[in-house]
Design a protein around this ligand. Structure first.
Ligand code: SAH
Length: 482
């Protein structure tokens, strides 16, 4: 080893260290030393400080006997120190301290000086007892911290308590399942099945009870489950954190055509993907086959995500799928998504309600003549509400005709949002009198939302995403004349 530096650095070995009641020597009395001390104290370390002076915060720690201040002299004997932190600006004292650490074989962490470190404190994600350490070997601590925040967002808080639960019942699990393959099956169920879900809902007691019941049952629990997950209207960033996690964990994903490709890219490489899209009324996959597929996969112990565009419980037959799975005793959960009415309105600058224009919103399906004929048009043709039509492209003439026939003014503003929240989003604005012409003139395509009501006019002012709204040329002339 060179005398003036650590031996040239190779790759770092990550190692977790037990510091409870262990002595750590800190050189320095400023803010950097104080930050390290705060961190070490959380791990139960006993702190000795060498410094010419202490800042106010450290003086108060000293007064509380949370640290021992040895003055500016290094202690005669270094034995007993597990670790040394060098956070000292005085070059002479720092050099002395580094030499002292090397001489005594104590691990040393020198703040902002990776070349003089034999130990590094990584950025950590704390889900006690699970701890994730991220190190960059001192090369890019900023990047390590950035990765840490990304992992923080991804890893739910409850994985800690869940790990603790398995630790608490470890003896009983071992006694009940002496074979490791069986234990693995149970732990897989514990970490992905009902106990994990109870924990995620903040119900630790239920999680413990589920595990205890499973241990009392002679048969091993099956870990299959189905999560009905909303994928939102398109933009992958509109996924909920929970939806993202479930998609990333899924063994099987059963999805519609409306689910954006970029969202499917989050699936595991080895996940099984099934596209069961039903487009334009032609069922590529009958609903009963979808039911059978979900049931089969869940009964085979797989974690199934049934992924639907928007929200799964809004015009998505989510209710039917839930009823079917419930009848078969499948473990279920539902993750809401941003429904197209909300997502497309937001990205087109349309407030769905507005104190001056609309006090209610109606979500309406205009899918096929049958459902259009059954709508209560009189109730829909009222002022001061916003109508949000789903699946209305094919029946747009019908929608216009019925609303006018039931007395809604032809001057009522309308807006159409095609491929809302996606890069190819198009917005068209005009009046109810122009609705069908406008849609035909611009060859409106599915998927599109059709909004009727005063608020629709605001898209022209408040639109912020993608291109400016398209209008009818006659309308443009009227606007220009006004
Ligand atoms: N469960 C979905 C709706 C399914 S019905 C939800 O909550 O949004 C399918 C209809 O949703 C489409 O015909 C269209 O009217 C609407 N839709 C879904 N995604 C859309 C998008 N990105 N842009 C415009 N309309 C969309």
């Amino acid at each position: 080893m060179k005398s003036d530096q650590m031996s040239s650095a190779g790759p770092w070995l990550p190692l977790f260290m037990q510091l409870q009641d262990q002595a750590v020597l800190v050189i320095g009395g400023g803010i950097e030393a104080q930050r390290k001390i705060n961190r070490l104290r959380k791990h139960g370390a006993v702190i000795d400080v060498v410094a010419a002076a202490l800042n106010a915060e450290m003086q108060s720690l000293h007064a509380q006997q949370a640290l021992r201040w040895l003055g500016a002299e290094l202690p005669v004997t270094a034995s007993g120190y597990r670790l040394m932190i060098v956070a000292e600006h005085n070059a002479e004292l720092k050099a002395q301290a580094l030499a002292y650490a090397r001489h005594n074989g104590v691990l040393v962490n020198a703040v902002d000086d990776p070349a003089n470190c034999s130990a590094i404190l990584p950025a950590i994600v704390d889900r006690y007892p699970i701890t994730i350490a991220i190190g960059s070997g001192g090369a890019a601590p900023e990047l390590a911290r950035k990765l840490r925040s990304q992992l923080e967002a991804l890893l739910p808080q409850w994985i800690g308590p869940l790990a603790q639960l398995s630790a608490d019942l470890k003896q009983r699990i071992r006694a009940r399942l002496p074979q490791s393959a069986q234990r693995r099956q149970l732990l897989h169920w514990l970490f992905t099945g009902p106990p994990a879900r109870h924990m995620s809902q903040g119900r630790a007691e239920l999680a413990r009870r589920a595990l205890e019941q499973a241990l009392a049952d002679p048969a091993l629990p099956q870990s299959g489950s189905v999560a009905l997950v909303g994928a939102g209207p398109g933009d992958p960033e509109l996924l909920t954190v929970k939806a993202l996690r479930l998609i990333q964990e899924a063994d099987v994903i059963v999805h519609d055509a409306l689910v954006d490709e970029r969202i499917l890219d989050y699936a595991r490489r080895d996940a099984e993907l099934h596209d069961v899209s039903k487009r334009g009324g032609r069922c590529a996959f009958p609903q009963t086959d979808i039911h059978a597929l979900l049931l089969q996969a869940a009964q085979a112990g797989q974690r199934v995500v049934r992924l639907k565009g928007g929200d799964p419980m809004v015009f998505g037959r989510g209710g039917e799928e839930l009823q079917f799975l419930r009848r078969h005793g499948i473990d279920l959960e539902v993750v809401p998504g941003i429904t197209a009415a909300a997502g497309c309105a937001a990205y087109a600058g349309i407030p769905l309600t507005h104190r001056e224009h609309a006090q209610s919103v109606r979500l309406i399906t205009a899918h096929g003549r049958h459902s259009v004929d059954r709508l209560d048009w009189r109730a829909l043709a009222q002022e001061r509400q916003t109508l949000a039509f789903y699946m209305a492209v094919a029946c747009i003439d019908q929608v216009q005709k019925q609303l006018l026939a039931h007395g809604l003014s032809p001057a009522t503003p309308v807006a159409m949002v095609e491929n809302g929240t996606r890069p190819q989003q198009r917005v068209m604005v005009g009046t109810l009198g122009q609705l069908a012409d406008l849609a035909h003139a611009h060859a409106l395509q599915s998927p599109a939302m059709v909004y009727v009501g005063e608020v629709a006019a605001l898209a022209a002012q408040l639109g912020w995403y993608g291109d400016a709204p398209l209008t009818d040329s006659k309308l443009s002339e009227q606007m220009a004349a006004a």
